[in-house]
Design a binder for this molecule. Sequence first.
Ligand SMILES: NC(=O)c1ccc[n+]([C@@H]2O[C@H](COP(=O)([O-])OP(=O)(O)OC[C@H]3O[C@@H](n4cnc5c(N)ncnc54)[C@H](OP(=O)(O)O)[C@@H]3O)[C@@H](O)[C@H]2O)c1
Length: 395
Amino acid sequence: MRKNIKIGLFGFGCVGKGLYDVLLQTSGLRAEIVKICCKDKSKKRPIDLKYFTFDKDEILNNPEINVIVELIDDADAAKEIVFSALKKKKAVVTANKKMVAENLSELLILQNKYKSPILYEGAVCASIPIIRNLEEYYDNDLLKSIKGIVNGTTNYILTKMFKEKISFESALNSAQDNGFAESDPSLDIEGLDAKYKLNIILAHAYGLLIEPKDFINIGISRINSFDSNYANEKGCKIKLIAHSYKIDNNKIASFVMPQFIDKENELYGVDNVFNGIITESSFADKNVFIGKGAGAFPTASAVLSDISALTYNYKYEYKKLIQNLSCTSTDNFDIEIYLRIKNSKYIDFKYFQNITEKYESNDASYVVGTINFNTLKNTGWFENPDYSIVLKGLK
Ligand SMILES: NC(=O)c1ccc[n+]([C@@H]2O[C@H](COP(=O)([O-])OP(=O)(O)OC[C@H]3O[C@@H](n4cnc5c(N)ncnc54)[C@H](OP(=O)(O)O)[C@@H]3O)[C@@H](O)[C@H]2O)c1
Protein backbone atom coordinates (compact mmCIF):
# COMPACT_ATOMS: atom_id res chain seq x y z
CA MET A 1 0.00 0.00 0.00
CA ARG A 2 1.24 3.52 -0.81
CA LYS A 3 2.22 5.61 2.17
CA ASN A 4 1.19 9.17 2.99
CA ILE A 5 4.32 11.23 3.45
CA LYS A 6 4.49 13.94 6.12
CA ILE A 7 7.69 15.87 5.59
CA GLY A 8 9.90 17.69 8.07
CA LEU A 9 12.10 19.85 5.83
CA PHE A 10 15.53 21.09 6.90
CA GLY A 11 16.76 24.05 4.83
CA PHE A 12 14.81 26.52 2.73
CA GLY A 13 17.56 27.78 0.44
CA CYS A 14 18.03 27.07 -3.26
CA VAL A 15 17.00 23.38 -3.16
CA GLY A 16 14.62 23.53 -0.16
CA LYS A 17 12.54 26.30 -1.72
CA GLY A 18 12.82 24.50 -5.07
CA LEU A 19 11.31 21.39 -3.48
CA TYR A 20 8.49 23.44 -1.93
CA ASP A 21 7.61 24.86 -5.39
CA VAL A 22 7.88 21.48 -7.09
CA LEU A 23 5.62 19.82 -4.50
CA LEU A 24 2.98 22.48 -5.15
CA GLN A 25 2.92 21.32 -8.78
CA THR A 26 2.76 17.57 -8.13
CA SER A 27 -0.70 17.05 -6.74
CA GLY A 28 -0.61 13.31 -7.49
CA LEU A 29 2.05 12.67 -4.87
CA ARG A 30 0.69 11.98 -1.39
CA ALA A 31 3.27 14.15 0.37
CA GLU A 32 3.06 17.40 2.31
CA ILE A 33 5.52 19.60 4.19
CA VAL A 34 4.49 19.82 7.84
CA LYS A 35 7.31 22.01 9.17
CA ILE A 36 10.51 23.66 7.91
CA CYS A 37 13.61 24.13 10.06
CA CYS A 38 16.08 26.86 9.15
CA LYS A 39 18.93 28.62 10.93
CA ASP A 40 18.65 32.39 10.56
CA LYS A 41 15.70 33.80 12.52
CA SER A 42 16.09 37.27 11.03
CA LYS A 43 15.82 36.19 7.36
CA LYS A 44 12.72 37.19 5.37
CA ARG A 45 10.81 34.11 4.18
CA PRO A 46 8.70 33.90 1.01
CA ILE A 47 5.95 31.88 2.74
CA ASP A 48 4.02 32.15 6.02
CA LEU A 49 6.27 32.06 9.10
CA LYS A 50 3.91 29.56 10.77
CA TYR A 51 5.59 26.80 8.71
CA PHE A 52 9.03 27.56 10.21
CA THR A 53 10.89 26.49 13.30
CA PHE A 54 14.48 27.08 14.37
CA ASP A 55 14.53 24.15 16.75
CA LYS A 56 15.47 20.88 15.03
CA ASP A 57 13.87 18.79 17.78
CA GLU A 58 10.47 20.26 17.04
CA ILE A 59 10.64 18.31 13.78
CA LEU A 60 12.65 15.30 14.93
CA ASN A 61 10.32 14.67 17.90
CA ASN A 62 7.09 15.21 15.99
CA PRO A 63 5.42 11.76 15.67
CA GLU A 64 3.27 12.96 12.76
CA ILE A 65 6.39 13.52 10.61
CA ASN A 66 7.58 10.29 8.98
CA VAL A 67 10.12 11.64 6.46
CA ILE A 68 12.99 14.05 7.06
CA VAL A 69 14.18 15.91 3.97
CA GLU A 70 17.61 17.33 4.76
CA LEU A 71 18.66 20.18 2.43
CA ILE A 72 21.04 22.30 4.48
CA ASP A 73 24.50 23.51 3.51
CA ASP A 74 26.36 22.40 6.64
CA ALA A 75 27.58 18.77 6.51
CA ASP A 76 28.27 18.49 10.27
CA ALA A 77 24.86 19.80 11.30
CA ALA A 78 23.32 17.60 8.57
CA LYS A 79 25.03 14.54 10.04
CA GLU A 80 23.54 15.26 13.45
CA ILE A 81 20.04 15.73 12.00
CA VAL A 82 20.20 12.66 9.75
CA PHE A 83 21.66 10.30 12.37
CA SER A 84 19.06 11.43 14.89
CA ALA A 85 16.23 10.99 12.34
CA LEU A 86 17.30 7.45 11.40
CA LYS A 87 17.54 6.51 15.09
CA LYS A 88 13.99 7.78 15.55
CA LYS A 89 12.95 5.47 12.68
CA LYS A 90 12.15 8.30 10.31
CA ALA A 91 13.06 7.85 6.64
CA VAL A 92 15.50 10.42 5.27
CA VAL A 93 16.02 12.08 1.89
CA THR A 94 19.14 14.22 1.49
CA ALA A 95 21.15 15.94 -1.27
CA ASN A 96 24.24 16.40 0.90
CA LYS A 97 27.08 14.52 -0.86
CA LYS A 98 29.75 15.49 1.68
CA MET A 99 27.70 14.21 4.59
CA VAL A 100 26.77 10.96 2.78
CA ALA A 101 30.29 10.29 1.41
CA GLU A 102 32.00 10.88 4.73
CA ASN A 103 29.55 8.76 6.73
CA LEU A 104 28.46 6.03 4.34
CA SER A 105 29.59 3.07 6.46
CA GLU A 106 27.82 4.40 9.53
CA LEU A 107 24.71 5.24 7.51
CA LEU A 108 24.58 1.61 6.36
CA ILE A 109 24.74 0.40 9.95
CA LEU A 110 22.05 2.83 11.09
CA GLN A 111 19.72 1.84 8.24
CA ASN A 112 20.05 -1.83 9.16
CA LYS A 113 19.76 -1.32 12.89
CA TYR A 114 16.74 1.01 12.90
CA LYS A 115 15.11 -0.26 9.69
CA SER A 116 14.85 3.30 8.40
CA PRO A 117 15.97 4.12 4.84
CA ILE A 118 18.00 7.05 3.55
CA LEU A 119 17.83 8.03 -0.14
CA TYR A 120 20.21 10.53 -1.77
CA GLU A 121 19.73 10.68 -5.53
CA GLY A 122 20.01 14.50 -5.49
CA ALA A 123 23.48 14.28 -3.96
CA VAL A 124 25.02 12.86 -7.15
CA CYS A 125 24.53 14.79 -10.41
CA ALA A 126 21.18 16.28 -9.30
CA SER A 127 18.69 15.50 -12.08
CA ILE A 128 20.53 12.46 -13.50
CA PRO A 129 19.04 9.33 -11.89
CA ILE A 130 22.34 7.53 -11.59
CA ILE A 131 22.19 5.98 -8.11
CA ARG A 132 18.84 4.30 -8.71
CA ASN A 133 20.16 3.00 -12.05
CA LEU A 134 23.31 1.61 -10.47
CA GLU A 135 21.20 -0.04 -7.78
CA GLU A 136 18.51 -1.47 -10.03
CA TYR A 137 19.41 -1.56 -13.70
CA TYR A 138 23.01 -2.75 -13.49
CA ASP A 139 22.30 -5.23 -10.73
CA ASN A 140 23.08 -8.31 -12.78
CA ASP A 141 25.28 -6.70 -15.33
CA LEU A 142 29.00 -6.46 -14.83
CA LEU A 143 30.00 -2.85 -14.68
CA LYS A 144 33.43 -2.25 -16.12
CA SER A 145 33.65 1.50 -15.67
CA ILE A 146 31.72 4.56 -14.68
CA LYS A 147 33.13 7.99 -15.34
CA GLY A 148 31.92 11.46 -16.04
CA ILE A 149 31.50 15.13 -15.44
CA VAL A 150 29.84 15.25 -12.03
CA ASN A 151 30.39 18.90 -11.07
CA GLY A 152 28.50 21.66 -12.87
CA THR A 153 30.54 24.57 -11.48
CA THR A 154 33.87 23.36 -12.85
CA ASN A 155 32.24 22.43 -16.14
CA TYR A 156 30.83 25.96 -16.42
CA ILE A 157 34.28 27.47 -15.69
CA LEU A 158 36.08 25.22 -18.17
CA THR A 159 33.41 25.82 -20.85
CA LYS A 160 33.86 29.60 -20.42
CA MET A 161 37.67 29.27 -20.59
CA PHE A 162 37.47 27.32 -23.84
CA LYS A 163 34.65 29.20 -25.59
CA GLU A 164 35.73 32.71 -24.66
CA LYS A 165 39.48 32.08 -24.36
CA ILE A 166 39.55 33.70 -20.92
CA SER A 167 41.65 32.94 -17.85
CA PHE A 168 40.63 30.58 -15.06
CA GLU A 169 40.22 33.57 -12.70
CA SER A 170 37.86 35.46 -15.08
CA ALA A 171 35.81 32.32 -15.68
CA LEU A 172 35.57 31.70 -11.92
CA ASN A 173 34.40 35.30 -11.40
CA SER A 174 31.72 34.79 -14.02
CA ALA A 175 30.59 31.56 -12.31
CA GLN A 176 30.33 33.43 -9.00
CA ASP A 177 28.48 36.38 -10.59
CA ASN A 178 25.95 33.98 -12.10
CA GLY A 179 25.41 32.06 -8.86
CA PHE A 180 27.06 28.86 -10.17
CA ALA A 181 29.97 29.05 -7.69
CA GLU A 182 30.12 29.76 -3.97
CA SER A 183 32.11 32.73 -2.62
CA ASP A 184 34.49 30.03 -1.30
CA PRO A 185 34.61 27.82 -4.41
CA SER A 186 37.37 25.48 -3.19
CA LEU A 187 35.12 22.41 -2.74
CA ASP A 188 34.23 22.57 -6.43
CA ILE A 189 37.44 23.77 -8.08
CA GLU A 190 39.74 21.49 -6.11
CA GLY A 191 37.67 18.47 -7.13
CA LEU A 192 36.40 17.63 -3.63
CA ASP A 193 32.72 17.84 -4.56
CA ALA A 194 33.39 15.49 -7.49
CA LYS A 195 35.26 13.15 -5.17
CA TYR A 196 32.34 12.94 -2.70
CA LYS A 197 30.03 12.03 -5.58
CA LEU A 198 32.46 9.43 -6.92
CA ASN A 199 32.73 7.99 -3.43
CA ILE A 200 28.97 7.40 -3.33
CA ILE A 201 29.00 5.99 -6.87
CA LEU A 202 31.71 3.47 -5.92
CA ALA A 203 29.48 1.94 -3.24
CA HIS A 204 26.51 1.51 -5.56
CA ALA A 205 28.47 0.54 -8.68
CA TYR A 206 30.97 -1.93 -7.26
CA GLY A 207 30.11 -2.39 -3.58
CA LEU A 208 33.33 -0.56 -2.74
CA LEU A 209 33.26 1.33 0.56
CA ILE A 210 36.26 3.59 0.95
CA GLU A 211 36.88 6.90 2.65
CA PRO A 212 36.98 10.01 0.42
CA LYS A 213 40.48 10.74 1.77
CA ASP A 214 41.70 7.43 0.35
CA PHE A 215 41.68 8.47 -3.28
CA ILE A 216 43.18 11.35 -5.24
CA ASN A 217 41.40 14.45 -6.43
CA ILE A 218 43.04 17.09 -8.60
CA GLY A 219 40.84 20.03 -9.43
CA ILE A 220 40.98 22.65 -12.15
CA SER A 221 42.57 25.60 -10.33
CA ARG A 222 45.97 24.87 -11.92
CA ILE A 223 44.68 24.93 -15.51
CA ASN A 224 45.95 28.04 -17.30
CA SER A 225 45.81 29.41 -20.84
CA PHE A 226 48.94 27.47 -21.80
CA ASP A 227 47.11 24.21 -21.00
CA SER A 228 43.92 25.27 -22.78
CA ASN A 229 45.94 26.33 -25.86
CA TYR A 230 47.63 22.93 -25.87
CA ALA A 231 44.18 21.27 -25.69
CA ASN A 232 42.86 23.45 -28.53
CA GLU A 233 45.82 22.57 -30.73
CA LYS A 234 45.01 18.89 -30.22
CA GLY A 235 41.32 19.43 -30.99
CA CYS A 236 40.34 18.76 -27.38
CA LYS A 237 38.60 20.43 -24.45
CA ILE A 238 39.59 19.93 -20.82
CA LYS A 239 36.90 18.56 -18.49
CA LEU A 240 37.08 17.56 -14.83
CA ILE A 241 36.36 13.83 -14.84
CA ALA A 242 35.57 11.48 -11.96
CA HIS A 243 36.98 8.09 -12.99
CA SER A 244 36.38 4.58 -11.79
CA TYR A 245 37.16 1.39 -13.67
CA LYS A 246 37.98 -2.23 -13.09
CA ILE A 247 41.62 -3.14 -13.63
CA ASP A 248 40.85 -6.83 -13.36
CA ASN A 249 37.93 -8.67 -11.82
CA ASN A 250 37.86 -7.00 -8.45
CA LYS A 251 40.43 -4.19 -8.39
CA ILE A 252 39.00 -0.72 -8.86
CA ALA A 253 40.93 2.36 -9.98
CA SER A 254 39.30 5.63 -8.90
CA PHE A 255 40.38 9.26 -9.02
CA VAL A 256 39.25 12.75 -9.99
CA MET A 257 41.43 14.60 -12.50
CA PRO A 258 41.14 17.06 -15.39
CA GLN A 259 41.26 15.24 -18.72
CA PHE A 260 41.70 16.12 -22.40
CA ILE A 261 38.43 15.20 -24.11
CA ASP A 262 38.43 14.85 -27.89
CA LYS A 263 35.51 15.31 -30.30
CA GLU A 264 34.79 11.57 -30.45
CA ASN A 265 34.13 11.46 -26.71
CA GLU A 266 30.45 11.65 -25.69
CA LEU A 267 31.39 14.16 -22.98
CA TYR A 268 32.88 16.66 -25.49
CA GLY A 269 29.53 18.41 -26.00
CA VAL A 270 28.52 18.31 -22.33
CA ASP A 271 29.09 21.98 -21.50
CA ASN A 272 28.14 24.66 -18.98
CA VAL A 273 26.44 23.36 -15.81
CA PHE A 274 25.44 20.07 -17.43
CA ASN A 275 26.75 16.79 -16.06
CA GLY A 276 27.40 13.64 -18.07
CA ILE A 277 28.03 10.08 -16.97
CA ILE A 278 29.18 7.14 -19.08
CA THR A 279 28.76 3.60 -17.85
CA GLU A 280 30.36 0.63 -19.56
CA SER A 281 29.26 -2.86 -18.74
CA SER A 282 29.82 -6.34 -20.07
CA PHE A 283 26.43 -6.88 -21.63
CA ALA A 284 24.78 -3.47 -21.99
CA ASP A 285 28.00 -1.96 -23.42
CA LYS A 286 27.99 1.83 -23.21
CA ASN A 287 25.25 4.04 -21.73
CA VAL A 288 25.43 7.83 -21.57
CA PHE A 289 23.43 9.97 -19.11
CA ILE A 290 23.33 13.74 -19.55
CA GLY A 291 21.40 16.25 -17.44
CA LYS A 292 21.51 19.31 -15.25
CA GLY A 293 23.82 18.64 -12.32
CA ALA A 294 22.75 21.58 -10.17
CA GLY A 295 20.06 24.20 -9.65
CA ALA A 296 16.87 24.44 -7.62
CA PHE A 297 14.49 22.47 -9.85
CA PRO A 298 16.88 19.84 -11.27
CA THR A 299 18.00 18.96 -7.72
CA ALA A 300 14.47 19.19 -6.33
CA SER A 301 13.32 16.79 -9.05
CA ALA A 302 15.71 14.13 -7.70
CA VAL A 303 14.59 14.82 -4.12
CA LEU A 304 10.97 14.56 -5.24
CA SER A 305 11.68 11.25 -6.92
CA ASP A 306 13.18 9.93 -3.68
CA ILE A 307 10.14 11.12 -1.69
CA SER A 308 7.89 9.45 -4.22
CA ALA A 309 9.94 6.22 -3.93
CA LEU A 310 9.35 6.25 -0.17
CA THR A 311 5.60 6.14 -0.75
CA TYR A 312 6.08 2.57 -1.98
CA ASN A 313 8.68 1.70 0.70
CA TYR A 314 11.68 1.82 -1.62
CA LYS A 315 15.12 1.53 -0.04
CA TYR A 316 18.62 1.03 -1.42
CA GLU A 317 19.59 -2.60 -1.06
CA TYR A 318 23.31 -1.96 -1.71
CA LYS A 319 23.17 -5.04 -3.90
CA LYS A 320 26.84 -5.02 -4.91
CA LEU A 321 27.87 -4.92 -1.26
CA ILE A 322 25.52 -7.76 -0.41
CA GLN A 323 26.71 -9.81 -3.39
CA ASN A 324 30.11 -9.57 -1.69
CA LEU A 325 32.05 -9.07 -4.88
CA SER A 326 35.03 -8.18 -2.67
CA CYS A 327 36.12 -5.25 -4.79
CA THR A 328 39.18 -3.45 -3.49
CA SER A 329 40.74 -0.16 -4.42
CA THR A 330 44.11 -0.12 -6.21
CA ASP A 331 46.69 2.48 -7.24
CA ASN A 332 48.70 0.02 -9.27
CA PHE A 333 47.74 1.03 -12.81
CA ASP A 334 49.28 3.11 -15.59
CA ILE A 335 47.97 6.33 -17.09
CA GLU A 336 49.23 8.77 -19.69
CA ILE A 337 49.52 12.32 -18.38
CA TYR A 338 50.45 15.80 -19.53
CA LEU A 339 52.59 17.52 -16.90
CA ARG A 340 53.25 21.25 -17.20
CA ILE A 341 55.50 23.39 -15.02
CA LYS A 342 57.35 26.65 -15.62
CA ASN A 343 60.84 25.18 -15.60
CA SER A 344 61.57 21.66 -16.85
CA LYS A 345 64.39 21.27 -14.33
CA TYR A 346 61.64 20.51 -11.80
CA ILE A 347 60.41 17.50 -13.79
CA ASP A 348 62.14 14.30 -12.83
CA PHE A 349 61.81 12.28 -16.03
CA LYS A 350 62.85 9.04 -14.37
CA TYR A 351 59.33 8.60 -12.99
CA PHE A 352 57.93 8.09 -16.51
CA GLN A 353 57.86 4.69 -18.17
CA ASN A 354 58.00 6.35 -21.58
CA ILE A 355 57.77 9.89 -22.90
CA THR A 356 55.91 10.76 -26.11
CA GLU A 357 56.16 14.59 -26.10
CA LYS A 358 58.49 17.13 -24.53
CA TYR A 359 58.50 20.92 -24.81
CA GLU A 360 60.55 23.66 -23.16
CA SER A 361 60.24 27.44 -23.30
CA ASN A 362 60.71 30.39 -20.98
CA ASP A 363 56.95 30.51 -20.25
CA ALA A 364 56.29 26.86 -19.59
CA SER A 365 57.59 23.36 -20.15
CA TYR A 366 55.64 20.16 -20.45
CA VAL A 367 56.06 16.49 -20.89
CA VAL A 368 53.57 13.83 -21.97
CA GLY A 369 54.21 10.27 -20.92
CA THR A 370 53.06 7.09 -19.22
CA ILE A 371 53.42 6.77 -15.48
CA ASN A 372 52.27 4.33 -12.83
CA PHE A 373 49.60 5.93 -10.63
CA ASN A 374 51.31 4.82 -7.44
CA THR A 375 54.58 6.37 -8.65
CA LEU A 376 52.72 9.56 -9.52
CA LYS A 377 51.26 9.69 -6.00
CA ASN A 378 54.76 9.56 -4.55
CA THR A 379 56.24 12.34 -6.73
CA GLY A 380 54.66 15.11 -4.65
CA TRP A 381 53.29 16.71 -7.87
CA PHE A 382 49.67 16.25 -6.71
CA GLU A 383 50.28 18.42 -3.68
CA ASN A 384 52.30 21.11 -5.46
CA PRO A 385 50.15 23.75 -7.22
CA ASP A 386 53.05 24.59 -9.57
CA TYR A 387 52.43 21.32 -11.44
CA SER A 388 49.46 21.16 -13.78
CA ILE A 389 48.48 17.54 -14.41
CA VAL A 390 45.94 16.60 -17.07
CA LEU A 391 45.01 13.04 -17.96
CA LYS A 392 45.64 12.12 -21.61
CA GLY A 393 44.45 8.56 -21.45
CA LEU A 394 44.15 5.30 -19.56
CA LYS A 395 46.68 2.57 -20.31
N1 LIG B 1 22.23 24.14 -5.05
C1 LIG B 1 22.37 23.09 -5.85
O1 LIG B 1 22.31 23.20 -7.07
C2 LIG B 1 22.61 21.73 -5.25
C3 LIG B 1 22.72 20.62 -6.11
C4 LIG B 1 22.90 19.34 -5.56
C5 LIG B 1 22.98 19.19 -4.19
N2 LIG B 1 22.91 20.31 -3.38
C6 LIG B 1 23.01 20.10 -1.94
O2 LIG B 1 21.77 20.50 -1.34
C7 LIG B 1 22.02 21.01 -0.03
C8 LIG B 1 21.40 22.41 0.07
O3 LIG B 1 22.03 23.26 -0.87
P1 LIG B 1 21.43 24.71 -1.21
O4 LIG B 1 22.14 25.15 -2.44
O5 LIG B 1 19.95 24.67 -1.21
O6 LIG B 1 21.96 25.57 0.04
P2 LIG B 1 21.56 27.07 0.42
O7 LIG B 1 20.82 27.74 -0.68
O8 LIG B 1 22.79 27.71 0.93
O9 LIG B 1 20.52 26.89 1.64
C9 LIG B 1 20.93 26.33 2.83
C10 LIG B 1 19.77 26.25 3.79
O10 LIG B 1 20.20 25.50 4.92
C11 LIG B 1 19.75 26.16 6.09
N3 LIG B 1 20.63 25.77 7.21
C12 LIG B 1 21.98 25.87 7.31
N4 LIG B 1 22.40 25.34 8.47
C13 LIG B 1 21.29 24.91 9.13
C14 LIG B 1 21.06 24.28 10.37
N5 LIG B 1 22.07 23.98 11.19
N6 LIG B 1 19.80 23.97 10.72
C15 LIG B 1 18.76 24.27 9.90
N7 LIG B 1 18.90 24.88 8.70
C16 LIG B 1 20.16 25.19 8.32
C17 LIG B 1 19.81 27.64 5.75
O11 LIG B 1 19.01 28.33 6.67
P3 LIG B 1 18.69 29.90 6.57
O12 LIG B 1 17.72 30.02 5.45
O13 LIG B 1 18.13 30.25 7.87
O14 LIG B 1 20.00 30.55 6.26
C18 LIG B 1 19.30 27.61 4.31
O15 LIG B 1 17.89 27.67 4.29
C19 LIG B 1 23.54 21.00 0.15
O16 LIG B 1 23.90 19.82 0.80
C20 LIG B 1 24.07 20.97 -1.29
O17 LIG B 1 25.34 20.34 -1.38
C21 LIG B 1 22.71 21.56 -3.89
